[in-house]
Write a protein that binds this ligand. Structure first.
Ligand code: HEM
Length: 215
């Protein structure tokens, strides 16, 4: 039988490709955006992770969702350092959540009481940051010359240890979680992961409009 982590990955890999292919990321990875335009994405991440990490803190003692709460993954402080590096000390006055980010944040908060919903959003963000995010970090360091300590700290998980080992453990927890669910609930979680991909992709799509409108 296919494990839940595999089923989840297989059912959503097409959604992943749509996220990965988003033009903003292509422009960013192609070195065609200014640091301020890169900062737009960091700012949107900041709002999303204030929500996601906030929900995680609240769920730390939850018997099911708590299995996916890892304080070493929290991104808020790293994003603050990145924003201070990109925009300077006045960064808080420069950033606002986009419409797509407000929609994503609202959904994260709306499903916080449903373990499957929390896991769906947690998985979509963190497994991505620990996977493709590591490639993005290398490219950003090459393009902008950022070093650890601010700029790309969002992608630095130095409290986690071996990332492959962590991802293996994460998948084991997904599998154990999946075993507690019936097929209908598994499908519901998969649908929420698809929605999470879509909402995150819309954040990137909206960023490109902002960047193009400014250019
Ligand atoms: C330049 C952009 C991206 C690249 C190059 C990329 C690349 C990758 C690669 C190579 C993996 C497989 C890693 C492994 O099996 O260990 C992966 C996994 C993943 N990525 Fe991305 N990715 C990108 C963007 C994104 C975005 C924008 C999201 C979500 C918003 C995302 C979410 C995920 C998730 C959830 C996984 C884990 C899939 C699983 O094994 O269950 N990725 N990515």
């Amino acid at each position: 039988m296919t494990s839940f982590s595999e089923a989840l990955r297989n059912a959503t890999w097409g959604d992943h490709e749509a996220a990965e292919d988003e033009s903003y990321l292509k422009e960013l990875m192609g070195g065609r955006l200014s640091t301020a335009e890169y900062g737009e994405m960091v700012a949107q991440h900041h709002f999303a992770y204030v929500a996601l990490d906030g929900v995680s803190r609240e769920l730390a003692d939850h018997p099911v969702a708590g299995r996916f709460v890892f304080p070493e993954l929290y991104r808020e402080r790293a994003l603050e350092r990145d924003l201070a590096t990109v925009y300077g000390d006045g960064w808080r006055d420069r950033i606002t959540p986009s419409k797509a980010t407000r929609t994503l944040v609202a959904r994260i908060e709306q499903v916080a009481g449903w373990p499957g919903g929390y896991v769906a959003h947690h998985y979509t963000r963190y497994m991505g940051d620990l996977s493709g995010g590591q490639f993005i970090r290398m490219e950003l360091q090459r393009i902008y010359g950022y070093a650890k300590g601010g700029g790309v700290d969002f992608y630095v998980f130095d409290q986690v240890g071996s990332l492959p080992r962590f991802k293996q453990e994460y998948r084991a927890r997904l599998d154990a979680f999946g075993e507690t669910l019936d097929e209908r609930e598994r499908q519901r979680v998969i649908r929420e992961v698809k929605l999470a991909y879509q909402l995150n992709t819309e954040v990137l799509a909206e960023l490109l409009h902002t960047v193009r409108a400014v250019a």
